[in-house]
Write a protein that binds this ligand. Structure first.
Ligand code: NDP
Length: 485
């Protein structure tokens, strides 16, 4: 455990089941501060019986929760959002300790985005209705019903935001949830569970179990679980989707990407450089939707790279709790090593290293490769670190073809001042979310999710409700029954 008591983040217990703090009975789970490597909390995983118990408790709590008037469920979510915003500073600090991300990011991007999801779905609660279908004398209606117990499984880059994004639409629809954060970042979800309880949520509606992949796997196949929502990598997504299929469970898959950011030569260069910075280096590049393949139209490449190098000179790496730090450490040593291996592979393949490089210790600086080709690993594989690959193109059709030449389809960006071109190109890009003249903005009002290998289902917006509910059709006969015999 850390010698510095200020950095201790020990929760009351590792799990949260049925409104109670419960200690895990499984293997130890040390939580390390990515900046120093110090252990800031020591948790224990849930055992298989504890996972089963959490799911059974959630199953039991579900009918009562669903029987509340929607506006009452919404009110509880809204209260939770208000508590989060009141405590944002403390929560941001905890998020920084859990993830290593700079406090200047966690103050504005993590819990605030989670609170926005709770507020949005709280407002939507009372509007979720079925349809009345006239059939002559007879008629039918639809009821939008909850699925039951939803399992949420999160990645480590935005742990608290992910927990809120999944819980908000699920709970507002009258489902209950068992959430498993990434083993790397187990702390935020426990806070969310406490805040929900304080906001008046009945025990058992939102539960947290901890553990590595096997705990997630046990959750996915638990007989009480009706739906699985995963944020993670494509390989994990494949495993979870296959396991969920055994029980014909619903799934939402928010997976990885290698998204293109296409910059035409009429673009506002300063904005395009700024967007490419946000699209590659925010959260030290650990963002699924990052535009890591930057396609520059011939003619602007060198100006773009020169301006990029100038702006990257003001990067401040260091203590994530220092408000001036704008580039934090990588989540752990294994991930940092993977990123370094990708950088070495880029150099070995002959790409030109314009800025950055391997860095040292927990830090990998913003790294830019130019003169890459589409088939190099730095241009095909998700690195999930601060590595931008610049490619150049001559004309629009070529850019679209090459942008789409990937198995992923999470996001894409286009920079141009030509209004018609912007919409023409986005219409042809194979991506679940596209940005025109900006990048990586994911307001709760807008659906977010991927196509192709990047996933299915949508988070945020009213569209998310469809993925946490099912329709029941009710036919109402108003006359006699006409049978042939
Ligand atoms: P992983 O796929 O390694 O893990 C995601 C979660 O799944 C973790 O909680 C993990 O547990 C759990 N898990 C692992 N194996 C299984 C299994 N067999 N059954 C059930 N659960 C399992 O992803 P990372 O945490 O490394 O996150 C990075 C990835 O997430 C990147 O590919 C990134 O693009 C993607 N991502 C996608 C987002 C989106 O919205 N599309 C947003 C953020 C990230 P544990 O880690 O505890 O072992």
């Amino acid at each position: 455990m850390t010698q510095n008591p200020e950095l201790s983040a020990q929760p009351r217990a590792s799990l949260f089941i049925g409104g109670q703090h419960v200690e895990g009975q499984g293997a130890e789970l040390a939580v390390r501060y990515a900046y120093t490597g110090a252990t800031i909390a020591s948790l224990r995983e849930a055992t298989p019986p504890q996972v089963a118990e959490a799911c059974a408790v959630a199953r039991q709590a579900q009918p009562g929760w669903a029987a509340l008037a929607p506006v009452e469920r919404g009110r509880i979510l809204a209260r939770a959002a208000a508590l989060i915003l009141e405590r944002n500073e403390d929560l941001a600090r905890l998020e920084t300790l859990d993830t290593g991300k700079p406090i200047q990011e966690t103050l504005v991007a993590d819990w605030p985005s989670g609170a926005a999801a709770l507020e949005y779905f709280a407002g939507l609660a009372a509007t979720l209705t079925g349809q009345m279908i006239p059939l002559g004398l007879d008629w039918a209606y639809t009821r939008r019903e909850p699925l039951g117990v939803c399992a949420g499984i999160g990645a480590w880059n935005y742990p608290s935001q992910i927990a809120c994004w999944k819980a908000a639409p699920a709970l507002v629809m009258g489902n209950t949830m068992v959430f498993k954060p990434s083993e790397e970042t187990p702390l935020g979800a426990l806070k969310l569970a406490e805040i929900f309880l304080e906001a008046g949520m009945p025990p058992g509606v939102f539960n947290v179990v901890q553990g590595r992949g096997e705990v997630g796997a046990a959750l996915v196949t638990d007989p009480n679980v009706a739906k699985v929502s995963l944020t993670g990598s494509v390989p994990t997504g494949r495993r979870v989707y296959a396991a969920a299929a055994q029980g014909m469970r619903h799934v939402t898959m928010e997976l990885g990407g290698k998204s293109p950011l296409v910059v035409f030569d009429d673009a506002n260069l300063e904005d395009a450089v700024g967007a490419a910075i946000l699209a590659n280096f925010y959260s030290s590049g650990q963002i699924c939707s990052n535009g890591t393949r930057v396609f520059l139209q011939e003619g602007i490449k060198e100006d773009f790279l020169a301006r990029m190098a100038e702006r990257l000179a003001s990067v401040r790496m260091g203590d994530p709790l220092n408000p001036l730090t704008n580039h934090g450490p990588i989540i752990n040593q294994t991930q940092a090593d993977k990123i370094r291996a990708a950088i070495r592979a880029g150099q070995a393949a002959g790409a030109r290293l314009v800025c950055g490089g391997e860095g040292e210790g927990a830090f990998v600086p913003p790294t830019v490769f130019a003169d890459a080709t589409d088939d190099m690993a730095i241009a095909t594989d998700e690195i999930f670190g601060p590595v931008m690959t610049v490619l150049s193109f001559r004309e629009e059709n070529e850019a679209i073809r090459r942008a789409n030449n990937t198995g992923f389809g999470l996001a894409a960006g286009v920079f141009t001042q030509d209004l018609t071109r912007a919409h023409r190109v986005t219409a042809r890009l194979e991506a679940g979310t596209c940005w025109i003249n900006t990048y990586n903005l994911t307001p709760v009002e807008m659906p977010f999710g991927g196509v192709k290998l990047s996933g299915l289902g949508r988070e945020n917006s009213a569209a998310a409700i469809e993925h946490y509910s099912q329709l029941k059709s009710v036919y109402v006969g108003m006359g006699g029954v006409d049978a042939p015999y």
